[in-house]
Design a protein around this ligand. Structure first.
Ligand code: FAD
Length: 341
């Protein structure tokens, strides 16, 4: 079999990292990315990019932990290299605070992040409305720079990238041996997945370089995440809302909520409002299947539905998707060998 041709549909953090893992695990593959949008116009560009996992109720916890650990280890190495500032990856310390004692004292990811511990009484004085909290250090991706860094690495390994809206994955069967679906919320239409739904998120990206620590309300709704150049203030979680138009009332509400945690944000400048649709599902769809029409077969690997936690687990799920692509290629090579015998 000639070099297997693999098409990855989607150029958010999931598509780009999956394509990169495929080039690493299958160097003989010719990989092409086809996407309707590239950075800075994807949901991944809107995200805060914090490595704090979101829990997928339909996926075993040990699997989610493995995905998070692989992602953390990968990004920690980048943060500790000369590439860190170009890739937009940095360590950030801060607090997650609770009004009531949380159900689980130790979240499953507590031994993956660094220095996880209960907050001290002195730290809690900063948050008079809150009863307890957790202090830790994690990683943050500055999203557009990280996506551009991934694109640069892909181009250096010979991956081709084309702007193209794919109406049906089947249309790719003549040109490619394997198709990988990383279309995010686009998979709702692309493969008719009714289990996938948008959770709209509105955030503010502000200039407030004096804010150095992250603050997250335990319910996950209000957060302040300092990045290299901007601080992300959030947020909202609106299930089944497809609107990408910023809402001015929500902007004010987010700003007021964040200022109640960090009053110095009153002095924030250059406030930009962004909206994204989290591609949400009970579980990430990481699955290999074979499509067939009139005796013609097309192996398809799905990797979408990362909801509120795509950055936190992207490397782990990309590795698993690349492994599934390897299985598809091995099966194709097996069948072409059988055909020759
Ligand atoms: P996307 O980034 O949406 O990429 C999908 C790609 O597929 C796009 O390039 C699109 O153009 C393409 N596409 C779609 N349909 C087609 C088609 N038919 N043909 C061709 N191309 C197609 N996660 C975290 O881990 N930490 C955070 O702090 C965090 N904060 C967030 C804050 C907000 C406000 C939001 C909205 C999300 C946040 N997330 C966070 C979640 C994270 O953004 C997502 O899980 C992640 O971006 C999903 O990546 P993706 O590549 O699957 O989707």
């Amino acid at each position: 079999m000639a070099a297997p041709r693999v098409a990855v549909v989607g150029a958010g953090v999931i598509g780009l990292s999956t394509a990169l893992c495929i080039t690493e695990t299958c160097p003989s593959c010719s990989v092409t990315i086809l996407s309707e949008q590239f950075s800075p116009n994807t949901t991944s560009d809107v995200a805060a990019g914090m490595l704090i996992p979101h829990t997928y109720p339909g996926t075993p916890i040990h699997v989610q932990k493995q995905w998070f650990k692989e992602t953390f280890t990968y990004l920690f190495a980048i943060s500790n290299s000369p590439e860190a500032s170009e890739a937009g990856i940095h360590l950030v310390s801060g607090w997650q605070v609770f009004k009531n004692t949380p159900k689980e004292e130790l979240p499953f990811w507590s031994d993956v992040v660094l220095g996880f511990r209960p907050m001290s009484e002195a730290e809690l004085q900063k948050f008079p409305q809150h009863r307890c909290g957790q202090a830790f250090t994690t990683l943050k991706c500055d999203c557009p720079p990280y996506l551009l860094w991934l694109e640069k690495r892909l181009k250096a390994t010979g991956v081709q990238m084309y702007t193209r809206k794919v109406a049906d994955l089947w249309e790719l069967h003549r040109e490619y041996h394997v198709v990988v679906n990383c279309a995010g919320i686009g998979a709702h239409q692309l493969v008719g997945d009714e289990k996938l739904f948008p959770v709209r998120g509105q955030v503010l990206k502000v200039h407030a370089p004096w804010v150095k620590n992250f603050i997250r309300d335990g319910d996950g709704l209000t957060y302040i995440y300092p990045g290299i150049h901007r601080v992300t203030l959030g947020g909202t979680r609106e299930k089944e809302n497809w609107s990408l138009t910023p809402d001015p009332g929500t902007t004010k509400d987010i700003f007021d909520r964040c200022c109640s945690f960090e009053p110095s944000l009153q002095g924030a400048q250059d406030i930009k409002v962004k909206v994204g649709l989290r591609p949400s599902r009970q579980c990430v769809r990481l699955q290999r299947e074979v499509w067939s029409q009139g005796g013609v077969k097309l192996p398809v690997v799905h990797n979408y539905g990362h909801g509120a936690g795509g950055f936190s687990v992207h490397r782990g799920t990309a590795k698993e998707a690349a492994h599934l692509v390897g299985e598809c290629i091995a099966a194709l090579q097996g069948s072409s060998l059988k055909a020759k015998l």
